[in-house]
Design a protein around this ligand. Structure first.
Ligand code: ATP
Ligand code: MG
Length: 333
């Protein structure tokens, strides 16, 4: 008998175009480790509506993210791909957990503090409760591990806190998941400001390289990427732009970070940037080709998402049922 594999769950919001940070911090690791786990990857559209959005763009982005999961190498023999809002249990468990989450835990979250600043006076309750929805996303599937980028560590911690509290009050209900964060690529920085992380929601498209960017856009963005006046690239916390671009180059060309740093230790930015441009274009080209294939074949993606939803629903429903029972809700006859 083959032993049952440990389970993972992770997701990405369709808030815009997926970029190299999403790939290097999360998706790359999903693909690299997929054989070791039984994986669940969702497109978290309910999270995307916690910031101002355009309905039509959201629908298109949701489809694009699912297609990029496949294009980056997720293999359906190891993984289930689905859309969060197709499984009502995510919203249902969120309410149950919300009643059990102290308000001050939510107010202290970094993401809430940062993103609510951008929303000014119209901060929605959804942004505050984002971590509870994320806790529900995760806990529903009883995963052992959650592979994410470094910025999501705080969200996994609050998920564990919510689960621990619930289990101690109402009996063992949820597994406490571990964050799975790789050292390299866990925090890819913006091209225009090496102290800020690369983000879908950054207003400037020049700040990121999107996975679907055309070669000329990639060339333009890297050409404009912020540099410093020092000749020779080094891995130095005081030189965030140099460290970031060397990291991207090393990961995209599958080389050790130290050897890449050695190679460019005496090169000028003018020598390094064209090499980074070529490496990025060469790396993304086959992914883009697969993306086009998955999105142009009629019905292909829809069939995968339908199947994914059925499988995810069965698992999620079991946990929702258990949580409802443990809370004392009278189940329908
Ligand atoms: P948004 O700006 O809308 O929050 P985002 O770019 O932060 O978008 P998310 O959907 O919030 O993307 O995160 C998806 C996954 O990508 C998470 O696992 C997150 O940790 C990872 N991730 C996001 N940005 C980076 C980055 N700059 N470097 C490494 N990993 C990242
Ligand atoms: Mg984010």
């Amino acid at each position: 008998m083959t032993p049952v594999k440990p389970r993972t769950l992770s997701g990405i919001q369709p808030t815009g175009q997926l970029h190299l940070g999403n790939y290097l911090g999360a998706m790359r690791n999903w693909v690299a480790q997929q054989e070791k786990y039984d994986n669940y990857f969702c497109v978290v559209d309910l999270h995307a509506i916690t910031i101002p959005h355009d309905p039509q763009q959201l629908r298109a982005a949701t489809r694009a993210v699912a297609a990029l999961y496949l294009a980056c190498g997720i293999d359906l023999t190891h993984a289930t791909i689905f859309i969060q809002s197709h499984i009502p249990a995510h919203s249902q468990l969120t309410w149950l957990l919300m009643t059990q989450t102290p308000l001050n835990w939510l107010e202290a979250m970094t993401q809430f503090k940062e993103k609510s600043l951008r929303q000014g006076e119209n901060v929605g309750a959804g942004l505050l409760n984002y971590p509870v929805l994320m806790a529900a996303d995760i806990l529903l599937y009883q995963p052992h591990a959650v592979p994410v980028g470094a910025d999501q560590k705080e969200h996994i911690e609050i998920t564990r806190d919510i689960a621990r509290r619930f289990n101690s009050l109402y009996g063992e209900t949820f597994r406490l998941p571990e964050p799975l964060i790789q050292k390299e690529g866990a925090r890819i920085m913006s091209l225009t400001d090496g102290t800020k992380k690369m983000s879908k929601s950054d207003e400037s498209d020049l700040s990121r390289i999107n996975l679907l960017d055309a070669p000329d856009e990639i060339q333009k963005k890297i050409k404009k990427a912020k540099t410093d006046p020092i000749r020779g690239l080094t891995l130095d916390p005081k030189r965030p732009e140099s460290t970031n671009l060397l990291t991207i180059y090393a990961l995209l060309t599958s080389q050790a970070l130290e050897s890449v740093a050695q190679e460019f230790a005496i090169s000028g930015w003018g020598q390094f940037k064209p090499k980074l441009t070529d490496a990025t274009i060469a790396f993304l080209e086959p992914m883009q080709e697969r993306y086009r294939h998955f999105t142009t074949e009629p019905g292909y993606l829809e069939a995968i998402l339908k199947q994914g939803a059925e499988k995810a629903h069965a698992l999620a429903h079991e946990t929702l049922y258990q949580a409802s029972t443990n809370l004392g809700l009278l189940l329908p006859p």
